[in-house]
Design a protein around this ligand. Structure first.
Ligand code: AMP
Ligand code: GLY
Length: 419
């Protein structure tokens, strides 16, 4: 089977690496790609924002499956255009991607189907939102409704900050994403990520992970896309995972199917393990980045066959075998990330990588035969071992061997899981 992979980050390098090991894969193409993805795939010259051109490439080259990595093309309807052209896609339609594309949509769905989540209110103007703030207590969570690259969430610790956040959002600081906002009760607990593959009706659990969103050691400093992750999440016991599947993911997938927008792809649930049980923080309509980089090394099956089964409504015949190992990934970012990452920093990678370790490229580029930084998060250094502490030691040993003077990384990825 010829697969086309859409995306250009560390998540997509991990997908390319795993797909390349699949017996059912005969050819792998990718766009836009990156130098790491290019080790496993042919990078094609097709504008991924031009959905018709992507479909044309698929028809011309007998692509049997398109795997879409990031959320933006899904929310914009890439999967719809491809399906209309008869091409199998791993990834939800625009209507189903609303689970990530609109926070208000998700909260309304939770309310309609008694799915546990934070109490909330949706507002379309600043004055009504501000008048409503006080009943949520403090801290209070204020979210732009639409996609805001992970930056549209403000946790205000006092009333003045909450009012300022509301005004900011309606003043356009998050663009169109902020024309509607959601106010939420602040939930207390440990956060975990739970993944499930879906084919529209069947749900296949696909592992758990925890990430580190803050830029600095000890979970300090500004939020990022994620500075590292590990899998499985030790705090998500089998019992809690079963509760989340039963009370959160299953009713969501059923509701999407009943509404005529069946969910196909990977559903990524951000959960808060509260004193009352798991509650939904948010959904994403794709694999996490860098969570994907710790899930896939633990998956022991044929990924190409599995994603095709999800794309074609045949997940009921599948299982998802995972190794019992722990996996970790350390993000190496460019100095200045997340505000203003330095571009162009020289990178020298070790000639050989030990067994059970990987270096995935996130934001890299080739410049005159040399590898340079080309983004905020630049490399993902991963390792797997029988326990998380050993995986952590192996990953940091490999980080030490990467020569990236303009880069930095957190020294404590995995601390919560090791503890
Ligand atoms: P989101 O983009 O919705 O995942 O929000 C980003 C981060 O904000 C989450 O990972 C949580 O750490 C935090 N957060 C969001 N909503 C809540 C909430 N209702 N209570 C506590 N923390 C939250
Ligand atoms: N690492 C968080 C995300 O992918 O949304």
């Amino acid at each position: 089977m010829h697969i086309l992979l859409i995306g250009a980050g560390g998540r997509e390098h991990a997908l390319a690496w795993k797909l390349a090991q699949s017996p059912t894969l005969t050819r792998l193409s990718a766009a836009p790609g990156n130098p790491g993805i290019a080790q496993h795939a042919t990078i094609i010259d097709v504008d991924t924002n031009d959905f018709a051109a992507v479909a044309q490439f698929c028809t011309d080259t007998a692509v049997g499956l398109v795997v879409v990595g990031p959320e933006a093309p899904l929310v914009a309807g890439l999967a719809d255009v491809l399906r209309a052209a008869g091409i199998a896609v791993f990834g939800p339609s625009a209507a189903a991607a609303m689970l990530e594309g609109s926070k208000g949509f998700v909260k309304a769905l939770c309310a309609a189907h008694a799915i546990p989540t934070a109490a909330f209110a949706r507002h379309d103007d600043a004055d009504s939102a501000i008048a409503d703030l006080s009943r949520f207590g403090l801290p209070v969570v204020i979210k732009a409704d639409g996609l805001a690259a992970g930056k549209g969430v403000i946790i205000a610790t006092d009333a003045a900050e909450a009012v300022a956040a509301v005004r900011d959002m309606f003043d356009g600081s998050f663009g169109a994403a902020g024309t509607s906002i959601v106010i939420e009760e602040f939930m207390v607990g440990e956060e975990v990520s739970l993944f499930a593959l879906c084919d529209g009706k069947t749900i296949l659990p696909f592992g758990s992970a925890q990430d580190h969103k803050r830029v600095g050691d000890g979970d300090t400093g500004p939020n990022t896309g994620g500075m590292g992750a590990y899998s499985p999440a030790p705090c998500l016991t089998g019992e809690l995972e079963a509760a989340a599947m039963e009370n959160i993911i299953r009713p969501t997938v059923a509701a999407m199917a009943a509404a005529g927008s069946p969910y196909v792809g990977v559903l990524y649930a951000g959960l808060m393990l509260t004193a009352e049980g798991p509650k939904l923080v948010e959904y994403n309509c794709r694999f996490g980045d860098p969570e994907c980089q710790v899930l896939l090394p633990r998956y022991r099956g044929d990924l190409a066959a599995l994603l095709l089964a999800a794309a074609t409504g045949r997940l009921d015949a599948c299982d998802a075998p995972f190794s019992d190992d722990s996996a970790i990934t350390i993000v190496m970012a460019a100095k200045g990330y997340p505000a203003a990452p330095a571009k162009g920093g020289a990178i020298r990678l070790p000639d050989a990588v030990p067994a059970h370790c990987q270096i995935f490229h996130a934001g890299t580029a080739q410049a005159g035969g040399a590898l340079v930084a080309n983004g905020g998060r630049v490399l993902n250094i991963g390792a797997q071992a029988a326990d998380l502490a050993s995986a952590q030691a192996a990953a940091y040993a490999l980080v030490e061997r990467v020569d990236f003077a303009d880069g930095f990384y957190r020294k404590d990825i995995g601390w919560r899981g090791v503890k």
